[in-house]
Design a protein around this ligand. Sequence first.
Ligand SMILES: Cc1cc2nc3c(=O)[nH]c(=O)nc-3n(C[C@H](O)[C@H](O)[C@H](O)COP(=O)(O)OP(=O)(O)OC[C@H]3O[C@@H](n4cnc5c(N)ncnc54)[C@H](O)[C@@H]3O)c2cc1C
Length: 382
Amino acid sequence: MPNPRGGAAAPALTVVGLGAAGASLAWRLAGTGVPFEVVEAPAGSGRRSQDRTWSTWGPPGGPGPFGPLVAASWPRVRVVGPDGTVVTADLGAWRYRMLRSTDLDRAVRERLQRHGVAVREAVVDDLAGVAGRVVDTRPVPVPAGGRTLLLQHFLGYRVRSRRPVFDPRTVTLMDFRTPQPAGGVAFGYVLPTSPTEALVEYTEFSADLLTDAGYRARLGEHLERLRVGPHEVLEEERGVIPMTDARFPASPDPRVLRWGANSGSVRPSTGYSFSALQRQADDLAVQAVRGGPLRLPPAHRPRHLLMDSLVLQALSTGRVDGARFFVDLFARNPVQRVLGFLDGSTTPGEDLALMATSPRVAMLGTVLSRFPGAGGVVGLRR
Ligand SMILES: Cc1cc2nc3c(=O)[nH]c(=O)nc-3n(C[C@H](O)[C@H](O)[C@H](O)COP(=O)(O)OP(=O)(O)OC[C@H]3O[C@@H](n4cnc5c(N)ncnc54)[C@H](O)[C@@H]3O)c2cc1C
């Protein structure tokens, strides 16, 4: 295989993909003296990930080194029950934050350029042609072998309304006044950036995708429910994120570290990965500076993965009413405990406290269903 960089010395490390994972690692490696390069699929190539917004939450300063790139942040979150009951929570020093992938892409490329790191635009189909160690962040198909696979699928509009209708200090994480699918859950999500502008999404965790018209109808109904009134749609955002307890296999090639959504960094119960990727990127950058083979730092703790697996199964089998489950979680716990759990930072004591507020009979039934003779598992068994 010819050297695709035209004869220059091979870098010690190639990062394939400049999405959330690749950009997080590249940012940290720039200026460390580790010789590396990045290969990213060209825009319009069909492999390039679509632009998106990444939301995350936590203490001041972050996420990771990207605090200065935060496009909007909120001190309060709320959850709305099917009957319109509102649970609002003040985040204290924490913030719910949103970054735009376009801002991150631009900032990382500028930083790499300043440090003389090449970003090659190419579609990588075969890693045999990539020299040295490789961190491969390209997407992979969802692996088989999990107990449950739900899809988090959504359509969002960034809207501008004529009248001031949004509260720019409060994110609506989940508004369950939407019709609920069997074996899953559906909700509206609102990230307001001014009294007249917000990203409003319709999201489902369920087995089957909707048609395009289906998403538009559900989102239109939700905009009416919010009494947004006459508005323009400035942008659309859509996505499908697998929520699964399947394990993502490592690359069979020892010089290739598969990392990102392709290695299970997405939290199965939430579809979020951005803050787990920051923790992993910190660790990987330290390893790369030290030299030697790179080892994948775990994205999530085993007990959190077990809890997620039970929640996914309980949702998909209909054992728990998803809307009630999430509303109760927020109503019966301090918000930092819930968000800390969803982000993987809770202690075992906090996890026990959370479990004590979950629907115990349904969750126990889910646990028992895993033991032969104690009741079969129904639903999305794979
Ligand atoms: C629309 C959407 C919104 C999301 N919002 C959130 C959120 O708010 N918060 C959160 O925590 N998580 C969110 N997620 C989940 C998850 O965090 C993201 O999917 C995240 O981008 C995963 O990071 P990644 O680096 O693994 O993959 P990506 O960000 O998709 O990066 C993969 C990179 O590889 C490149 N690539 C692909 N194929 C090739 C190839 N053959 N050759 C070269 N390059 C290639 C792509 O162009 C891309 O840059 C969202 C997911 C989606 C789809």
